[in-house]
Design a protein around this ligand. Structure first.
Ligand SMILES: Cc1cc2nc3c(=O)[nH]c(=O)nc-3n(C[C@H](O)[C@H](O)[C@H](O)COP(=O)(O)O)c2cc1C
Length: 328
């Protein structure tokens, strides 16, 4: 079985260990002179790369504007994004962008709007590649736009973008060959999704359809709602991380597990028992930028206080990161 410190190759990219910083929106960060991203972001992400994470996935970024270099894709922002990618690479981490779409009722969308959205999704990946990112993760989790397409209960479309697992993930799979044409051979295309409790096979079928279409990696979080259930006795991590294992059993592409992994023991448990290929440490890495190095070197971590359990708006990083009790 692999060790947490073992490298892994994903689409020709050598990722130096199994510890991932998952996407986390930095709500209270400020850009510089009107830009969305700024020096604060460069410092934040570079510090986690210096802190030893093998792979860093940036906070969610909307794809809209990628076609005409407006909004988040303006020159001010993309120059900062490039510095983030370069800063992470300087410390040997691989770095990807998370891409998301404006949330809306997907059942009412015309084919024209779907096609337009797909072009923006593709172009955002092409720009991310040109800025030096190693890949992109499409945000198909947490009840948002792409998640709604993936979810069998929500997606009631009767056209090619619904009806069965292949149809529900088509909004993403259709653009994979197009992205490949305009990015380098090593560019990673990944997705974050849930396992879709209680219709658990829906998530597995979606994962299989994505793998078949050439997706490189999957990050398993939650879908339309938080999964309710219990991991088997002896499984020392959360039920959500167990969901990652249930998907891993069914596909061969690398799987990232996430949720409440806060200790070296838990991270090692996931990797060293083959439950997932990567352990993502979210709030733990907000509380301790050196989290990865600390667990690799058997040093104590500066632990996240776990200010929320299931209630999203209690972690102070959602409102004002300076109030995070772990910073003191
Ligand atoms: C402040 C904050 C912002 C987040 N922003 C995002 C985001 O942009 N995209 C996303 O997919 N998940 C987001 N998440 C969820 C995390 O990626 C992660 O799945 C979650 O925190 C559970 O992992 P943890 O228990 O290790 O923190 C966010 C979480 C936090 C705490």
């Amino acid at each position: 079985m692999p060790k947490i410190t073992d490298e892994i190759i994903v689409r020709g990219n050598r990722i130096k260990n199994r510890i991932v910083m998952p996407p986390m929106y930095t709500f209270s960060f400020k850009g510089d002179s009107g830009s969305f991203f700024g020096r604060q972001h460069i410092k934040h992400y570079t510090a986690r790369a210096q802190g030893g994470a093998g792979l860093i996935i940036l906070q969610s970024a909307r794809v809209h504007g990628s076609m005409n270099s407006t909004k988040l894709w303006s020159a001010d922002n993309t120059s900062v994004l490039k510095q983030i990618a370069d800063g992470c690479h300087a410390y040997g981490a691989k770095v990807m962008m998370q891409l998301s779409c404006n949330d809306t009722d997907i059942n009412l969308l015309s084919i024209d709007v779907i096609k337009q959205t797909q072009q923006e999704m593709k172009q955002a990946a092409v720009v991310a590649c040109s800025l030096g990112f190693d890949g992109v993760e499409y945000h198909c989790a947490h009840g948002y736009f792409l998640c709604k397409f993936f979810d069998a209960d929500y997606n009631k479309r009767e056209d090619a973008y619904g009806k069965n697992a292949e149809g529900r993930v088509r909004i993403l799979t259709e653009i994979i060959p197009e992205i490949r044409k305009e990015t380098n051979d090593k560019f990673i295309i990944s997705a974050r999704m849930g396992k879709f409790e209680p219709a658990e096979n829906d998530g597995i079928e979606a994962a299989k359809a994505l793998e078949k279409a050439g997706l490189d990696m999957l990050h398993i979080s939650w879908g339309m709602k938080m999964p309710k259930g219990q991991a088997p006795d002896g499984f020392i991590c959360s039920y959500m991380t167990y969901n990652a294992y249930e998907i891993k059993k069914e596909v061969s592409i690398p799987i990232i597990a996430v949720n409440e992994i806060r200790t070296a023991e838990q991270a090692k448990f996931i990797i060293e028992n083959g439950y997932a290929d990567f352990a993502a440490v979210g709030r733990g890495m907000l509380a301790d930028a050196e989290f990865a190095n600390h667990i690799i070197n058997n040093e104590p971590v500066n632990k996240c206080f776990g200010c929320y359990e299931n209630i999203v708006n209690k972690c102070s990083w959602f409102t004002d990161h300076t109030k995070c009790p772990a910073r003191n």
